[in-house]
Design a binder for this molecule. Sequence first.
Ligand SMILES: [Zn+2]
Ligand SMILES: [Zn+2]
Length: 251
Amino acid sequence: MAFLGDYHTHTVYSHGKGLIEHNVLFAVRRALKEVAIADHGFSHMAFGVKRRKLPQMRREIELLEIKYPQVRVYLGVEANIISRKGKTDVKSEDKPKLDITVCGYHKFVAGMSPAFAWSNNLGFSGAKTVARNTEAYVNAIERNEIDILSHPGNFCKCDVREVARACKHFGTYFELNGKRIFLSDDELAAAAQEGCEFICNSDAHTPKAVGMFAVPLERIERVGIPFSQIANYDRLPSFRSSTRKEGGKEK
Ligand SMILES: [Zn+2]
Ligand SMILES: [Zn+2]
């Protein structure tokens, strides 16, 4: 019984501490079968990965997959939701360069619609803000091929049940983040009741944090989320975008 993959890890290409190879090495050390490099999205003002770096990252990954054949390495990005309409900072021309898209709400992102940014920057959690955020999440999941919704609710209060329902409907994994989970036990229980599938990710910013899942594990056990609903526990996830790319069966 074990976690088999970690699909949200950062490197020096955004503001992580390690090289891609270091994350891969720790994935090997933790006996993971898969690891994704998902650096901060292009419009993040402080840490965004540069589009022009993607080919270099891809080349590194290709060489690492030869050097460490025991682990599959995905090139992803942790995209940013930038508006209530669900716009993100991944452009259509970026998609062929990426294996998976992780996406979430972050502060300090260029091009963000002002009401959406400020209500969250100021920490509002009133009905208007929650409705706006929920709509942003649901629209983002519907309009973009988001494989994993990263840390739902972090600095972005939302109706978790409704977001989980959208995740289930569109085949987006609901992340249980390895650094911090802002949702209450009741909110997580509601998400589980909606039948969405969860994925545990480290959100590692240092290589040694790759494959560390103590935070999600504690919540899974306390809330009583069935392990059968955890997509990377004792099985490998099937990503919404790759299912389509490979012409495989729709989930
Ligand atoms: Zn994040
Ligand atoms: Zn992250």
